[in-house]
Design a protein around this ligand. Structure first.
Ligand code: KG4
Ligand code: ZN
Length: 329
């Protein structure tokens, strides 16, 4: 089965072609991030206009790279939730029009759930059960995954997402958007910091909270007398240490509680070098197989949409032309 994946939930216009739900024949991404940078965050109107302009060329490129034609496609999978409404609508309308024109089925996919399966795409073998951590700019969730259609959310952020905290702290420190890569680099440039920050933890819960630490950083930054690169690096280091600790501790605790030996990690924050290192170390210690995809599959892409879509379709899931976008689920 050849599936075309379409992803336009935020600032990336992405299309991918997948064979049998596991072999990535092509995965193309065009991002409007450069246009949002000067505003310090995503401007929804700019993002949706970019999708309109790029959705056709990106899809053509994905087909060309896969060496296939539109008529070779058996299934069209599209992100329909969650995300920016205007952006999602571009992808959903495009996918429905293709489906109608080609007389091929279309299936709406949940973006967050798709992130959970991205780490398995490299080898193409999906294994259940697993605990999935998704840490991105808009979401931070932990899920217990028993099958493609049996996903139970066991923890979520009570306020900001991990990536959102990275982006906001970077803005405070005068670092470019998106903040994750900039903080990661700065934090890793030193090995210790005199600052200490804390993330809230909740008793008997796998929920996260990243809003308090962000405010904590703000007050600390307002008080520091020498605002130079060294202080910035020290703050970035202490912030990253605590955010990564929170993500690592909760994920490993969830694996232990449910006696699950596989941890899958997705979303943009999974690109973080320190998180990758800490999860790998914790996994080794606890005998848990930690699966983190290559950065291009951690970030928003359409291969993960086509992967989950193919497997859900095989399980009998269907969408019709009443399929529409939903900003939240
Ligand atoms: O999954 P993603 O591409 O888009 C969303 O669905 O949100 O994630 C983007 C987020 C941004 O907040 C960005 O700052 C963060 O991922 N990010 C990182 C790193 N690279 C990207 N956060 C921490 N460390 C990184 N190296
Ligand atoms: Zn995402």
């Amino acid at each position: 089965m050849i599936a075309l994946g379409i992803e336009t939930s935020c600032d990336e216009t992405a299309a991918a072609v997948l064979k049998n739900g596991k072999e990535v024949l092509s995965s193309c991404v065009s991002s409007s991030i450069h246009m949002h940078r000067k505003f310090g965050g995503i401007v929804p109107e700019i993002a949706s206009r970019f999708h309109l302009e790029y959705i056709t060329p990106v899809t053509k490129k994905a087909l060309k790279k896969a060496g296939l034609k539109l008529s070779d496609i058996d299934l069209i999978c599209v992100t329909h939730t969650p995300g920016l409404m205007g952006s999602l609508l571009v992808g959903v309308s495009f996918a429905k029009a293709l489906s109608f024109g080609l007389n091929k089925p279309v299936l709406g996919i949940n973006h967050i759930k798709a992130h959970l399966f991205a780490p398995f795409l490299e080898k193409g073998n999906f294994k259940f059960p697993f605990i999935g951590l998704v840490a991105s700019g808009g979401h931070s969730s932990l899920a217990q995954v028993l099958d493609f259609d049996k996903i139970k959310i066991i923890g979520r952020t009570r306020d900001d997402a991990a990536g959102e905290a990275y982006d906001k702290v970077a803005k405070m420190l005068g670092l470019p958007y998106p903040g994750g890569p900039a903080i990661d680099k700065l934090a890793q440039s030193i090995s210790a910091s005199p600052f200490r920050f804390k993330c809230a933890r909740f008793k008997d819960s796998f929920d996260f909270s990243f809003s308090g630490i962000k405010t904590n950083v703000l007050y600390t930054w307002e008080k520091v007398t020498t605002r130079n690169k060294k202080t910035k690096a020290q703050i970035a280091h202490a912030f990253q240490k605590e955010v990564v600790k929170s993500l690592t501790v909760q994920s490993i605790a969830a694996c232990k509680k449910f006696n699950i030996k596989i941890l899958s990690v997705g979303g943009g924050v999974a690109c973080n070098s320190y998180l990758r290192q800490c999860l790998a170390e914790a996994g080794k210690k606890e005998k848990i197989k930690v699966m983190i995809a290559a950065p291009e599959l951690c970030l928003d892409n359409a291969a993960m949409i086509a992967a989950l879509g193919t497997h859900l379709y095989k399980k009998g899931e269907r969408s019709d032309y009443t399929l529409t976008a939903a900003s939240s689920t």
